[in-house]
Design a protein around this ligand. Structure first.
Ligand SMILES: Cc1cc2nc3c(=O)[nH]c(=O)nc-3n(C[C@H](O)[C@H](O)[C@H](O)COP(=O)(O)OP(=O)(O)OC[C@H]3O[C@@H](n4cnc5c(N)ncnc54)[C@H](O)[C@@H]3O)c2cc1C
Length: 511
């Protein structure tokens, strides 16, 4: 029977990151990935026409830019294993159907100038908000890429000062409520809410205010990165780092059961029946909802009830991948056109209605997010041609109609905002619906790549369950990825899980 120190189940970017930190600390690590290739949500493929490299899921790498994984290059991804980033500037433009736009630049003052075109007073408000949020980012980021402190202790500490109490209030509010307190003009409020909703939280969802406070300083300090060659380049670099420390990945190896001796996890059984033993730990880069079946419900009905009641994200995603004959030109002008991402925003009342509609099965096709990464990274498409990533917020199930229809509505909304786009510029397209996401990745039931929502009651030290952190309720068994802190997205969050495992094994924290 094959034996390793640690078996990591699932080869998404988080599983690979955890594995690489553990291997760097001297452990013999094997990653088991169900699909025929690793990467999970960080893969790039030529799904339309040869030569057009599309990020199938994640395209914008934001949180990971602030992590020591990238910032301090702790695994040598940048210096030794070929990962490179380009940083579009403006990072994001929020575009309104009437041609107005707000551009979020790396530079906070240039961003304020962009806001001033709509509201000079809100330009000042933005600068004030940045001054409030920037020091808070240090406070929150300290615990963002490491195991989080208990939420109760964190709240008690915040409650000690006036600034802390203000932060606490924001953590408990919805991100639209925070925007409404700080800004005056409806378009500025809508733009802020639209941008933050990318974390799959509707503007009026309570307990999401932290994200406005985090994302504003985050984008100005670290920017938004496109991995050169596509998100798959992050996967490839992490896989190379893992190999350089002696670790390995086995693909086409779906895990069907986690095996125990007494209370201790001692290995896994693959769907093929093969058993692999883990001497020190098993770490699952999976959705916590997958765990009960994998452990044959050994954690009991009460634990399962707590897992079952985790509140889902407000909506999920449909993405269209298009090979374009030329780059889109936005009516909003060259600044908006040159941004890394364009996010279509509706006036505030319609924006609220669109998010409400998602609760009742109606897609928000009129406000897609658009990424033409090939403008910033020409390696993604043949010369002069481009890749278009057209993302729509959708309900997990449609009240009526089909996914192709939703995609076509989004494409029409996108074309209307440009001077040059129509079906005649599309060489080929492929649509990935939430059903496709569910089929693509067993960790994404109903197509939710974040597993469940990021409201404060299931975030920080309460993610996935109060004070569980990365430790499942059995010896030597860990959970890694969006079900755990710091949650959904390309975060490099596998670093914090590795710290927890290394500390339990008496091997320091791996920094
Ligand atoms: C359409 C879409 C767009 C997105 N855009 C962005 C974006 O722009 N920026 C961003 O930051 N994030 C984005 N995300 C979210 C991001 O992709 C995920 O949060 C991220 O992939 C989570 O990484 P992970 O490594 O923890 O897990 P995953 O990527 O989910 O990887 C888990 C891996 O485990 C494997 N697996 C599952 N079950 C088993 C099993 N039983 N045995 C073995 N292996 C198994 C899966 O095949 C998969 O490879 C997007 C997601 C989607 C769906």
């Amino acid at each position: 029977m094959a034996e390793h120190d640690v078996i990591v189940v699932g080869g998404g970017h988080n599983g690979l990151t955890t594995a690489a930190y553990l291997a760097k600390a001297g452990l013999d690590v094997l990653v088991l990935e169900a699909k025929e290739y690793a990467g999970g949500g960080a893969v790039t493929q030529e799904v339309t026409v040869p030569g057009f490299h599309h990020d199938l899921h994640a395209i914008a790498h934001i949180f990971i830019q602030a992590s020591p994984l990238v910032r301090d290059d702790e695994l040598g991804l940048l210096s030794r294993h070929g990962l490179r980033y380009v940083y579009p500037d403006p990072c994001i433009s929020v575009v309104f159907p009437d041609g107005d736009s707000i551009c979020f630049y790396r530079d906070v003052r240039k961003t304020a100038e962009s806001i001033a075109r709509i509201s000079p007073r809100d330009a000042d408000n933005y600068l004030r908000f940045f001054e409030f949020a920037d020091p808070v980012l240090d406070m929150l980021l300290g615990g963002f890429f490491a195991p989080p402190p208990p939420l109760g202790a964190m709240f008690a500490q915040l409650d000690q000062s006036e600034l802390g109490q203000e932060v606490l209030r924001v953590l408990l509010m919805s991100h639209l409520e925070v925007a409404q307190e700080w800004f005056e003009h409806d378009k500025v409020k809508a733009a802020m809410a639209r941008w933050v909703s990318e974390i799959l939280a509707a503007p009026e969802e309570g307990g999401t205010g932290a994200f406005l406070m985090i994302m504003v300083p985050l984008i100005h300090r670290y920017g938004l990165g496109f991995a050169v060659g596509g998100s798959g380049a992050l996967t490839a670099a992490t896989a190379r780092a893992l190999a350089s420390y002696g670790g390995a990945i086995r693909t086409s190896a779906p895990v069907e059961r986690i095996l125990f001796e007494g209370e201790r996890a001692i290995g896994v059984r693959l769907a093929s029946g093969e058993v692999l033993r883990a001497r020190k730990a098993v770490a699952a880069n999976l959705n916590i909802a997958q765990i009960p079946e994998l452990v044959e419900h050994r954690f009991g009905a009460d634990w399962q009830r707590k897992v079952d009641r985790l509140k889902p994200a407000g909506f999920v995603l449909l993405v269209g991948h298009l090979a374009l004959a030329e780059a889109p030109i936005f009516r909003a002008g060259p600044e908006a056109t040159s941004a890394g991402l364009q996010e279509v925003c509706l006036p505030l009342p319609e924006l609220r209605q669109a998010f409400d509609g998602l609760k009742y099965g109606r897609p928000a096709s009129m406000m897609p997010s658009i990424g033409v990464a090939s403008v910033w990274d020409p390696s993604r498409a043949p010369e002069g041609k481009h890749t278009l990533y057209l993302l729509s917020f959708v309900p997990p199930e449609l009240a009526s109609g089909g996914w192709q229809e939703v995609f076509e509505e989004s494409f029409t909304a996108f074309c209307a905002l440009t001077t040059n786009m129509s079906w005649s510029k599309v060489l080929h397209h492929v649509v990935h619906s939430p059903d496709d996401s569910e089929r693509f990745n067993a960790a994404w039931p109903k197509g939710d790549p974040g597993h469940f929502g990021s409201q404060i009651f299931q975030f920080l030290g309460y993610r996935p369950l109060p004070n569980m952190g990365y430790r499942l309720p059995a010896e030597s068994l860990y959970l890694v990825g969006p079900s755990t802190h710091p949650g959904s997205g390309i975060t490099g969050g596998g670093r914090a899980a590795a710290q927890c495992i290394l500390s339990d094994l008496g091997l320091g924290s791996g920094e």
